[in-house]
Every structure is written in C-alpha cells, then in structure tokens.
Design a protein around this ligand. Structure first.
Ligand code: GFB
Length: 326
C-alpha cells in the first residue's frame, strides 16, 4: 500500500547535503539548485562526520531545516570485502552522528540514503521493500549492508519514538559524474569506463572483467537518483523505506559490451574468475516509487555515453584508494 503524497516545499528552506563532494551529494547539489532553497555544505576539513561532538556543534550552528544524508564510506565489491571494519564502523558512526544531531536540533525532515545491498543475497526478484531481513546477506558487502539497515531502522525509530519526519531511500547501483574511478575500490561501471578507455589509449587489445560476467545488475544514473531523492523529500512521509531504481537489469558482460561500444574499444574481453561475482542478481521493484509518481528518464546506453564524455573532459578523476574514506 502506498502512502498518499504529503507535500513538503523546499523553497526558502536551509537544506544540508551531507557528503556533497561525493557522486550522489554533488548530484543533489546540482538538482537542488532549482528548488529556491539555501544549500548548506561542509568540507571534510570543516566537519569530520566521524566526530560526534563536531557534528553536534556544526548542526547547532548551521541549523538546517532539511538534511539529505548522502555521506558514507562507499566502494565496490573488492573494497567492501577487504575493509569490513571500515565499512561497518564508519557508516554506523556517520549515520548515528547525523541522525542524532538532526533530532537534537529539530531538523524538519531528513532523508537517509541506503543501498540495494541491504536485501538478502537470494531475495526473490524483483526485490520489494518487504524482502528486508528475510534472508542471509551477500558476504562480500554484509558489513556495509548491516550499517545501512541500521541507518534506515534508526530513521524509522526516530519517527516512531519522537515523531521525527525522517525517511529512507534505497537506491540501486549508481553511476555518473564524480564517481570513484580507482580500479581496485570502485564499482563496476566506472571501472569498465576507465579500463576500456585506457586500453584504447594504450593500444591494448584486451580488457579483463572480474568474475564470470554472468551476474546481473541494475544501473541508475546519479542525476535520476538525485531527482528521485528530491521528489521523495517533497512528497513522501512514512516509516517504510522506498526502492529507487529503473526496474531493469543487464549482465556484467552485456554492460561490458555496451561500455566497449561507447568507448570505441574493439579488442578482446577476458574473465578473471579469481575475482568474486558477489550477488547473482539484485533487481529491485520500482513499483512503490512509480505509484508515488516518479519515473527515471536517463537510459543506460545514454547515461554511459554522457558519463564517458564527462570522464574524458576531466584532467583528473576521483580515485579513492583502499582504506580512505570515499
Ligand atoms: O559494482 P560492483 O563492484 O559491486 O560489482 P556490487 C558488480 C559486479 O561486476 C560483480 C563485476 O559481479 C563484479 O565481479 N565486475 C567485473 C567488476 N569487472 C569488474 C571491475 O573491474 N570492477 C568491479 N568493481 N566489479 C556493491 C556493494 O556490490 O553494490 C556495495 O559492494 C554497494 O556495497 C553497491 O551496495 C551498490 O554491485 O557487486
């Protein structure tokens, strides 16, 4: 059952985007420019989100009315598998600091950003919001998943205990400008853009895919994601989290063929089966968000081409090394 829309206007509000330099945070800043609100941001040097006292002090001084909690330690399948303590600890601390300070300073509305990896490894596809906590998680990213599940539950607990209007959104795999292009710590799509681009630039005739190429993944352009998050902030106000995706998926091999075609790479694609496949599939149901009235607009081929144009136009791109906060 989908809740009736609860209009919440952002015009004239003080809107804090936590994680504004990241891929999602920077897309939110771009999208919020159209809302007639005051956008608040804090650089890592100005505010260490892992420091509870600093977060409370900053929030009391800045007094945002609205918070988009897009700050997190994020990474691809290898980074998650190699840094379990980092992914669990840092994400728990960031979310508890910000949600606690938002409550303490009377923030009117907060949106917590999770991830599709919160769902069981073998959840029935497409995955509905009700599948949460119905089965075992994918081992490689269970640490990040448990932190994100805790965050969405904390937002729900604040609504239940204090009446705080805190909501949660669970986006699928995202890609676009300001992504992380480090070949060891990134997600698959930016990694493939960089691999095919470099192979073509260096005249290499082969590119290596991790795993078997058979897992399926759903990909949403980050500008579509930011539009969905602003839509939810302006219309949704209820306990349950909402999936944010496209409702369609491709195999990793199909994705690789698409990126090869966009980058003009014509060599061979090889498989490194020593690397993990992770979850075989994690296609989410987009029905609840569609019922609220939102649809994505950027197709995958179009989005990859636009991201590649952005990538080529950068002098340097973000490459977050292992162990660093994203
Ligand atoms: O995007 P990815 O790292 O994360 O991997 P997940 C997706 C699939 O792409 C896996 C394959 O089956 C990888 O084996 N793959 C093939 C590659 N070549 C590459 C490559 O060069 N680099 C990478 N990274 N993958 C993440 C979670 O899972 O999903 C995060 O670990 C988060 O916590 C994110 O939830 C949304 O999609 O498997």
């Amino acid at each position: 059952m989908t809740e009736p829309p609860v209009p919440f206007d952002l015009a004239g509000r003080r809107v804090y985007v936590a994680g504004h330099r990241g891929m999602v945070g920077s897309a939110l800043v771009r999208r919020l420019a159209r809302e007639g609100c005051t956008i608040l941001v804090a650089s890592r040097e100005e505010l260490d989100l892992l420091d509870q006292a600093a977060v409370r002090t900053w929030m009391h001084a800045a007094r945002p009315d609205v918070v988009f909690l897009a700050a997190a330690k994020v990474g691809g399948i290898l980074a998650n598998d190699r840094e379990p303590a980092g992914f669990l600890h840092d994400n728990l601390v960031i979310e508890t600091n910000l949600i606690g300070a938002a409550h303490e300073t009377g923030v009117r509305k907060l949106l917590f950003l999770g991830s599709s990896c919160i769902y069981p490894k073998f959840a029935e596809q497409p995955i509905t919001e009700e599948a949460l906590l119905t089965g075992a998680l994918e081992p490689t990213n269970q640490w990040y998943a448990i932190a994100k599940i805790a965050g969405l539950k904390l937002a729900e607990a604040h609504r239940r205990q204090f009446g705080d209007d805190f909501i949660s959104a669970m986006p699928t795999n995202l890609y676009g400008p300001n992504d992380n292009f480090d070949l060891e710590t990134s997600h698959v799509l930016p990694a493939l853009i960089r691999k095919f681009h470099d192979a073509r630039a260096h005249g290499d005739d082969r590119v290596t895919l991790w795993g078997t190429g058979t897992p399926r993944r759903e990909f949403l352009h980050v500008d579509d994601c930011a539009d969905a998050l602003v839509f939810l902030m302006k219309t949704y106000s209820a306990p349950g989290h909402i999936n944010v995706g496209t409702g369609t998926d491709v195999t990793i091999r199909e994705l690789a063929d698409m990126v090869a075609e966009v980058t003009g790479f014509t060599g061979r694609i090889e498989l490194d089966r020593s690397r993990p496949d992770g979850t075989p599939r994690k296609l989410m149901s987009a029905a609840r968000l569609a019922a609220l009235g939102w649809q994505p607009t950027i197709g995958l081929r179009e989005g990859i081409a636009a991201t590649y144009e952005w990538f080529k136009a950068q002098k340097t791109v973000r490459a977050v090394p292992a162990g660093a906060a994203a």
